[in-house]
Design a protein around this ligand. Sequence first.
Ligand SMILES: Nc1ncnc2c1ncn2[C@@H]1O[C@H](COP(=O)(O)OP(=O)(O)OP(=O)(O)O)[C@@H](O)[C@H]1O
Ligand SMILES: [Mg+2]
Length: 258
Amino acid sequence: MRAITTAVASGKGGSGKTTFSINLACSLAKIGKKVLIFDADVGTANVHIAFRKKITKTLIDVIEGTTEIEETVQELAPNIDLISGGSGYTDFIDLGIDKIHLTIRAFAALEGIYDHLIIDLPAGISELVVEIMKASDNNFIIGNNDPSSVADAFALLKVLRSHQEKMNIIFTPNKVETLAEAKTLYQKINSLSEKYINLSLRFLGGITATKDYDHSWATGIPCSWEETTSKASAEFRSIAKGLEQPADSLISGVRFVL
Ligand SMILES: Nc1ncnc2c1ncn2[C@@H]1O[C@H](COP(=O)(O)OP(=O)(O)OP(=O)(O)O)[C@@H](O)[C@H]1O
Ligand SMILES: [Mg+2]
């Protein structure tokens, strides 16, 4: 079976993409799925920090042609591996479309190993973000309930829509007080999207605010939530379940195949 590929984006920075990507990976890993996280925040990658791991070889080495993609894979936790975009660089952020496509195609060397590829994207709108989202089965846009987050998410949607008529986009409110608030925020952005750019968004649930996520970052122990009882666990389990029933593929060009 081919891996299900899922990109995690947002218009605005700090909305919770990396926290979401990691916790989604944990949720899938805990039900026995083999997950690869691709930290595509090239130059300022930080997924490894959440697990207190040092990165050695990164995507930059693959792009520079000094290493093969297989050699950049690092184990983070049981059932969770990482390919890092590298940190401490600024020169590589603008990779250009050829290198982006080369990167996407390079994942084919990992065919047959993983059930899920989760791609943590940088904030904002760039060629890298757009091309990776076009190449992924599922695309989460993580938004918070504040006007600038909504405006930036909508700006990203408009750019995506200008590149491709149909896309599988899942709008996911984060840091909300209640799941009812999450649903209302989704409805707001979905109606804007349907009205102005003729694009319907999916909803698989939201993530409520809790200091537990800050605590996880501070202690370097992600996935620490109690599997069966915590609210965070239930929220991520529900979203993970939704991913297991993916919508029809809407990818028409270069795609991740692994
Ligand atoms: N549901 C939540 N409740 C409370 N805090 C949260 C939640 N989700 C994320 N956070 C916190 O928000 C901060 C930013 O999270 P994170 O680094 O995941 O955002 P990001 O979108 O990846 O940022 P960047 O755009 O810089 O990559 C972190 O301190 C994290 O602990
Ligand atoms: Mg991040």
